[in-house]
Design a protein around this ligand. Structure first.
Ligand code: GLU
Length: 311
């Protein structure tokens, strides 16, 4: 792969995205997120050799929201291994990110670790045996370690905003608690969950943090073995099948890469063996996934021939 080609493609995509009128709707159910500029667009792609192709607002921190769930899942698997799968499933949900209906049918066991209920159950596992502050510190330090950047921080205003208005997440957590799926006090688990969703990172930092998923569990530049290759492969499988809520099929169809979205408008995508990619465009589609983020990734995979399903 030529780095010049990648640089050119990334610059072209950023130019094309700047012209687009269809930008989706910025999330407003977390009041603080509604203040974000809908015109923002950032893209960062880090190749296997460490080359970074970046364009637009690639260095502007944004609220990673549900993208944090990839990293909490990684931590929870490190802590509990396959025991994690006793409290959360591995199937696509086909329902909205904050849906409660499925939980009743499935007796409080969330479908997968990326819908809100599943991510709350994962956070609860990380919290067990710790104070909320310690658990949150572990999550934040993990992100800083992966990105190689100790300046990464939690946006307290976003965390407080969600804490004030997160009634649905509180409903999901209380409901799971009633089935004995959560071990810790609901308000502690939710506090950690809201705060890890409120971590702010730029596309460059996020793409850096995702490199281990693109390279069999290892960061090829530092040589750090983050997870065994089998675990990286499985996390990627979950990102492909569940990473975009009830838009996961559409994302696989159009982009053809494992990816995880967040309502802050970010997407982390993984081209196995090739690149770690982060894109940010705050306007969302009806399923709560970044609209132009998906469009940009579709252009990138098509132009680079990177879909895991073939060129
Ligand atoms: N913190 C958000 C929530 O729980 C995350 C949702 C998302 O990013 O998709 O509602």
């Amino acid at each position: 792969m030529s780095n010049q080609l990648l640089d050119r493609v990334v610059a072209e995509i950023a130019d094309e995205m700047a012209q687009r009128a269809d930008r989706g709707e910025v999330a407003s159910y977390i009041p603080e997120l509604a203040r974000v500029d809908p015109k923002a667009f950032g893209l960062a792609v880090i190749g296997a050799d460490g080359h970074v192709a970046a364009a637009g607002d690639a260095d502007v921190p944004f609220s990673i929201q549900s993208i944090s769930k990839v990293f909490t899942l990684t931590l929870a698997l490190g802590k509990a291994g396959d025991r994690l799968w006793r409290r959360v499933g591995r199937e696509p949900s086909g329902s909205a990110f904050n849906s409660i209906v499925q939980l009743e049918h499935e007796r409080g066991i969330p479908r997968n670790p990326f819908i809100n209920a599943g991510a709350i159950a994962v956070t609860d596992l990380i919290l067990s045996g710790h104070q909320p502050r310690e658990a949150l510190g572990d999550i934040l330090r993990f992100m800083q370690f992966l990105a190689g950047d100790s300046s990464i921080a939690i946006d307290e205003a976003v965390a407080k905003s969600e804490q004030r208005t997160g009634f649905r997440n509180a409903a999901l957590a209380n409901y799971m608690k009633s089935f004995g799926v959560l071990d810790n006090p609901v308000e502690y688990t939710l506090g950690v969950y809201f705060h890890h969703c409120a971590i702010a990172m730029s596309c460059r930092q996020l793409a850096m943090a995702g490199r281990f998923l693109a390279h069999s569990g290892q960061n090829p530049s530092t040589g750090h073995n983050v997870v065994p290759s089998e675990r990286a492969r499985r996390i990627n499988a979950l990102m492909l099948t569940c990473g975009h809520y009830d838009g996961s099929g559409e994302f696989a169809y159009r982009v053809g890469l494992p990816g995880k979205s967040g309502v802050g408008g970010g997407v982390l995508a993984v081209a196995p063996g090739r690149a770690s990619i982060a894109v940010w465009a705050p306007g969302l589609d009806a399923a709560g996934n970044s609209h132009l983020g998906r469009v940009a990734l579709e252009m990138l995979t098509r132009r680079m021939g990177w879909s895991i399903f073939g060129v």
